[in-house]
Each structure stands twice: as structure tokens, then as C-alpha cells.
Design a protein around this ligand. Structure first.
Ligand code: PLP
Length: 459
């Protein structure tokens, strides 16, 4: 395949993508779960000779039954990974350029568009001027970066050179509502799962500030080294929010940095009316938001805002001579802010998305999602045999049948039916079904299909 072939196949791929997206409503949302079926379609050994692209394309189409359609307008599972058409176009162009933006000079535009996009987003989310930031692949990497920075600041940057074997036992704090990426960060950063202290929550599932304060003090009394606090702003399970003002004040009074996981809910903060949910955010030291969840900048795109990037750059930055840019000392090399060296041109899809829809167009979508999820929750609550187990937090709510078994049976029926896709969580020990609304192209009709399907399957 050469570049002339690429041009022809790109046109064909664009037509294919158009038909795929506009025809999604006719497909079951979730792939049928038959392990090994797709792998069995593929030869066990790689080809020795070139194969015709026509055949490669046909084989690509043959694996589609193994795809769960995340851009299906009735995808209500997990959180969305929504992809605006403008963001897909930007990805095509970024793929065409195929630049690797590891340092400023390897493509100044990659770094500079990223800097401007972080400034645009800071304004869009209504964050204070002191925040600056960068783009990661995932919230997991951003949180790991924040935790590594907390660790090194607490060890006065000795862990980087000496390792952790002689280090005091460290402690990190969060509530049980925070995402498992925090557990992963504690494990990977060498803090240890046992040293991730899960602070009790109140009736609203928010971290109890008094319990946070007591835990930090008790740990210090016992000789542990507290390193930081991770706060939850829109938990994955049922959308819990910590009270940031109080918790950040306690962390800072104890000289501890804070990182806020707003991976999902953060996108909603382009709407001023939702910002009370993260009141106090400007006090955070680090914040992660995934525009690849709910803002239309397709996967992967996680932004991290930092009050001061210096500690993170000190933790993650390395500049061997082959990465120096002679005579340019004031430039930003974003690999020094993140774990990987290599960097994709992720800012391009933010740029295209923000321009193609405007903040107002994106706000309107999020407002609709929140409104329609409330309407769907109200209808689902009326179905005999179903109770809402949590009310909508932004666009996420949960419901259940009388027993866990009945709830699981219902969920399996829903997903085998294929018209909508939902997933489960555990809430207060109970197996419950989650529903979130957030797909970029979904309509009210798509959302209201959920109560209809559920009522039908409950009969
Ligand atoms: N934080 C929250 C609240 C999430 O819901 C998720 C994923 O759904 C993550 C973090 C991890 O996100 P990522 O897949 O970008 O690592």
C-alpha cells in the first residue's frame, strides 16, 4: 500500500464511517459475549506476502460483530467515550501528520496548540487563572503522575534517586467512592494498597472532613508519612462528590497536596449552573478531567490542571542531551510533565471540537443529557418491581429490582436485547444497574427508549 492507495482507501473509509455512524441505531449496542469467536476468525500466523487491501477491509468488516458500539446513541453504560465528528476529523489529520510531540522542537505546534487548549479549557471550566496544565492519555496516568509527585514532595525528592526501601511508610487518603485508578496509582507508585486510607463518607457519600483530619493526625502520631489527599468529584459508581472546600482546607492545614478526580463530571463544569458541585476547586493542587468522556474529544484525551507544575516536572522530568533544544531555554517540553516520553497530537481534537460546536453547543448537549437522564429516571421509577437506588447526579442514576438475582437477570435481558446498553455497580452492598446519558448524538427519544425497553422486559 502506498500513499496513492491510502488516498483512495481513506475516501472509502470516510464513506464507511459515515454509513457506520448513521446506521448505528440499527445495531445492537453491546457485542454478544462469546469469548474466542473473533480470534478464531483470524489466521494464527502472520502473512509472509502482502495481501490485497480489499480482503483486509472485508475481514475488518467481519470483526464488527465483536465491537461494542460506544458511539451508539443508546450507549448508557459505564461513562461515555463520546467522539464528536469534528474530533474524529482532527484525529484523521493528526494520524496523517503522525507527528511525535515529545519535546517542543519535535513539533512546536503540538506543544503550543496544547498550551492554548489548556488555557481555553481553564476558562471554559471557570477555573482560576493560576491553573496551567497538560494532556495525558488517561485519567489513570494523570492521577499516577499526581501521586508520584505527592510521594516525591513528601520524600524531598529522595525517592527518585534512592528508591523506596529506606523510606518511611507513606499514607494517601481518599474515600471509597473514588475510582480504582487511585488504588492503581497507590500500588504502582510504591505507596501500597494498605497505605491508601479510605476515609468514611457521610449520608451523601461525601468524604467526612472530620474523619480525614482524624486519620491524618492518627497516622502522624503513629509515625507514618502522609503524602496527599485525592478527592472525588463525580464518582464512577453513583456519582459521589466530596465537599472540596472543607477537605482541601484540612489537607492544606496538614501541609498535604490535593488531587481532584473529576474525570467524568469535570466536563459538565462548562455549564456554570453545575459548578456548585465542585465549589472550592480553585484550592486544588491538581485536577484531572477527561474530555474524552463527556466533552466530545474522542478517546484518548485526559487533561490535568496544575496549580504549580514545578513539583510534577521535578518528579517526572528528565532532559538527557539528546532531548535538549539548543538555544531555546524557555520552551515547554510536555513529556517532562507526564510519564511517557512520546506524545500524540491530542490537542488537535480539542481545538476542532471547541471550534466546531463552541462552548455553547457543548453546554447544550450536556444540559440535555442531564435533563433527559432525570426524565428517564422518573419513568423507570414508575415501573412495577423497580426502585431507584440513587437519584441522578448530573446524568447518572441507579436502580434495582427487589433482589440482586432479579436485578442481574434484568440487566442480562436488557443487554441481550441490544436496543440499549447498561452496566452494574454495587451500592451499599446491593447489586444495582447504572444508567448514564452522555453520547454526543443521542436524542431525547433515544434516552426515553430505556424506560420502554425496561418496562417491556419486566413484564
Ligand atoms: N476517574 C473516574 C471518575 C472514572 O470514571 C474513570 C473511568 O471511567 C477514571 C478515573 C479512569 O479513566 P481513564 O480510563 O481515562 O484512565
Amino acid at each position: 500500500m502506498n500513499h496513492d492507495d491510502l488516498r483512495d482507501w481513506s475516501k472509502r473509509a470516510a464513506d464507511w464511517a459515515h454509513d457506520y455512524h448513521t446506521g448505528l441505531r440499527g445495531r445492537p449496542v453491546r457485542a454478544p459475549l462469546v469469548p474466542g469467536k473473533i480470534a478464531a476468525q483470524l489466521p494464527a500466523v502472520p502473512p509472509e506476502q502482502p495481501e490485497p487491501m480489499e480482503q483486509v477491509f472485508a475481514d475488518f468488516e467481519a470483526i464488527l460483530p465483536g465491537i461494542t458500539h460506544w458511539q451508539h446513541p443508546r450507549f448508557f453504560a459505564y461513562f461515555p467515550a463520546n467522539a464528536s465528528p469534528a474530533s474524529m476529523l482532527a484525529e484523521q489529520l493528526a494520524n496523517a501528520i503522525a507527528a511525535q510531540g515529545m519535546i517542543w522542537q519535535t513539533s512546536p505546534a503540538v506543544t503550543e496548540v496544547e498550551q492554548v487548549m489548556m488555557t481555553w479549557l481553564r476558562q471554559g471550566f471557570g477555573l482560576a487563572d493560576h491553573f496551567t496544565g497538560t494532556i495525558h492519555d488517561s485519567a489513570t496516568t494523570a492521577t499516577l503522575s499526581a501521586v508520584l509527585t505527592m510521594r516525591e514532595a513528601a520524600l524531598t525528592w529522595k525517592g527518585l534517586s534512592q528508591g523506596l526501601s529506606g523510606a518511611p511508610r507513606m499514607r494517601l487518603y481518599c474515600s471509597a467512592q473514588t475510582h480504582s485508578s487511585v488504588d492503581k496509582a497507590a500500588r504502582v507508585a510504591g505507596i501500597g494498597q494498605d497505605n491508601l486510607v479510605k476515609i468514611a463518607t457521610d449520608d451523601h457519600l461525601a468524604m467526612r472532613p472530620d474523619a480525614l483530619q482524624a486519620a491524618i493526625q492518627a497516622d502522624r502520631d503513629q509515625g507514618y508519612l502522609p503524602i496527599g489527599v485525592i478527592l472525588c468529584c463525580g464518582g464512577t459508581s453513583v456519582g459521589a462528590f466530596d465537599t472540596l472546600t472543607e477537605c482541601i482546607a484540612i489537607a492544606h492545614a496538614a501541609d498535604l497536596p490535593t488531587h481532584v478526580d473529576a474525570a467524568w463530571a469535570g466536563s459538565a463544569m462548562i455549564c456554570p449552573e453545575f459548578r456548585e458541585l465542585w465549589a472550592g476547586i480553585d484550592g486544588a493542587d491538581s485536577i484531572v478531567i477527561n474530555p474524552h468522556k463527556w466533552l466530545g474529544a474522542q478517546f484518548d484525551c485526559a487533561v490535568q490542571f496544575l496549580r504549580d507544575p514545578t513539583p510534577q516536572v521535578r518528579t517526572l522530568g528528565l532532559r538527557p542531551s539528546y532531548l535538549e533544544t539548543a538555544g531555546k531555554e524557555d520552551i515547554v517540553n510536555f513529556n517532562e510533565w507526564t510519564v511517557p516520553l512520546g506524545r500524540r497530537f491530542r490537542a488537535l481534537k480539542l481545538w476542532f471540537t471547541l471550534r466546531a460546536y463552541g462552548l455553547d453547543g457543548l453546554r447544550q448537549r450536556i444540559r440535555n443529557h442531564v435533563k433527559w437522564s432525570c426524565e428517564a429516571a422518573e419513568e423507570i421509577a414508575k415501573i412495577p418491581g423497580i426502585v431507584l437506588t440513587t437519584n441522578p447526579r448530573l446524568s447518572l442514576f441507579t436502580f434495582a429490582c427487589a433482589t440482586d438475582d432479579a436485578t442481574e437477570t434484568l440487566l442480562n435481558k436488557i443487554n441481550d436485547d441490544g436496543r440499549i446498553y447498561l452496566t452494574q455497580t454495587r451500592h451499599e452492598g446491593k447489586y444495582v444497574i447504572r444508567m448514564q446519558v452522555g453520547q454526543f448524538d443521542c436524542t431525547r427519544e433515544d434516552v426515553m427508549m430505556a424506560p420502554k425497553v425496561i418496562a417491556e422486559l419486566m413484564e
